[in-house]
Design a protein around this ligand. Structure first.
Ligand code: HEC
Ligand code: HEC
Length: 323
């Protein structure tokens, strides 16, 4: 065949070149596709990421079971009601998450994070049991304590078990370890929320004050009147983050309501019944897992043994009795 003016236009050769180029492109495409499935591109492997004995894969199942994606995005997927969770572990750390997730309806206080840091897995993960060192390593936790600590949050309380929380942290740790090429972009706006949008917002205390509040306060003077003790107890349960999980009336939240508890019978998970006397209340706070209230999960309430001295405990018990 010839071109228009009768000269040979090498059509066969050109067709061969075109097919050869096409075949080359096809080969490159197939190779790159195969390469993208190779596990060894420096990406984090979900099977290798653990927290407290739970794996990221187990955590992903929990994430799906609770439909966290119905409100949150993670690595670009999900809904926009809550904040993106891709970097939350890297920003705020495991202990902050462990303090937040069991009672997500309230933002954790410094005391609540300090309690979590006593947990062996949390200590190992952060490389420290010291709150100040932790906050330095995870500035996102310091920022959240300062701006929101102790306030109501817009996330509902979810009935997560301790194991599910551990697994979720493993999954969020994996998300933070992924190379997402800078996704999500950093929001430019400050996270502070205007006061009129906060429900029942207590004025945000400066960080220094929050830190001071976390340190168990000195014993009250022995002559302190009963009323002062009750007031001190009320202050302590707020500072220690108890009220994130307990209502002061009989309402069930994460834990049982405290209203009318003292002096009354409590049914335990093992089928026995005890009277909520002082010894029972103290034990419920120091060793919460010794006696589990019927209908509530174990391992959710952290032990406050190391954080509450005798005098503070007396005040807390006096306060519980006053309800
Ligand atoms: C019904 C919607 C909803 C569901 C379901 C939900 N969340 Fe949230 N979550 C929120 C909202 C809203 C906030 C922000 C609260 C605020 O700003 O007061 C939030 C905040 C958070 C935060 C803190 C984020 C930050 O940047 O400080 C974490 C962590 C979190 N959620 C994890 C989870 C996990 C894990 C699940 C699933 C087990 C889950 N959420 C399910 C609505 C939800
Ligand atoms: C993370 C949530 C959480 C926090 C924080 C928490 N608790 Fe609890 N608490 C629970 C749960 C869940 C139970 C029921 C299971 C059990 O018995 O351990 C419980 C049980 C109790 C009981 C026994 C209640 C009953 O009806 O017999 C007392 C008393 C108590 N908590 C006091 C406190 C005090 C005081 C603090 C703070 C110093 C505190 N809790 C902090 C979740 C929490």
């Amino acid at each position: 065949m010839s071109c228009l003016n009768g000269t040979d236009c090498h059509e066969t050769a050109k067709r061969r070149t075109a097919l050869a180029v096409l075949a080359l492109m096809m080969a490159i495409f197939l190779l790159l596709s195969a390469w993208s499935f190779l596990p060894s591109r420096g990406q984090a492997e979900p099977e290798e990421i653990q927290y407290g004995g739970a794996g990221a894969v187990e955590g992903k199942r929990v994430f799906q079971a609770y439909n966290c994606m119905g409100c949150h995005t993670i690595v670009g997927n999900g809904a926009y009601f809550g904040p993106d969770l891709t970097r939350i572990y890297a920003d705020a750390g495991a202990s902050w998450l462990a303090a937040f997730l069991p009672s997500a309806g309230g933002w954790p206080t410094a005391a609540a994070v300090r309690v979590q840091l006593q947990n062996a897995a949390a200590k190992k993960d952060a490389g420290t049991a010291d709150l100040q060192a932790y906050l330095q390593r995870y500035p996102g936790a310091a920022e959240r304590l300062e701006k929101r600590g102790g306030q109501h949050s817009l996330m509902p309380n979810l009935p997560l078990s301790a194991r599910e929380i551990t697994a979720l942290i493993a999954f969020l740790k994996y998300a933070s370890a992924m190379n997402t090429e800078g996704w999500p972009p950093k929001p430019r706006e400050d996270r502070r929320i205007p006061a009129q949008f906060l429900q029942k917002a207590s004025a945000p205390a400066p960080a220094s004050q929050i830190m001071a509040a976390a340190v168990p306060s000195a014993a009250p003077a022995p002559a302190a009147q009963a009323q002062d003790i009750v007031a001190l107890g009320r202050k302590l349960v707020t500072e220690l983050g108890c009220v994130a999980c307990h209502a002061t009336d009989q309402k069930r939240t994460v834990g049982p309501g405290w209203g009318g508890l003292a002096g009354h019978e409590v049914e335990l998970a093992d089928g026995t019944t005890v009277t909520a006397d002082e010894a029972y209340l103290v034990r419920s706070i120091r060793q919460p897992d010794d006696q589990i209230v019927k209908g509530y999960p174990p391992h959710v309430m952290p032990s406050y043994d190391a954080l509450i001295d005798e005098a503070d405990m007396k005040a807390i018990v006096a306060y519980l009795r006053s309800l």
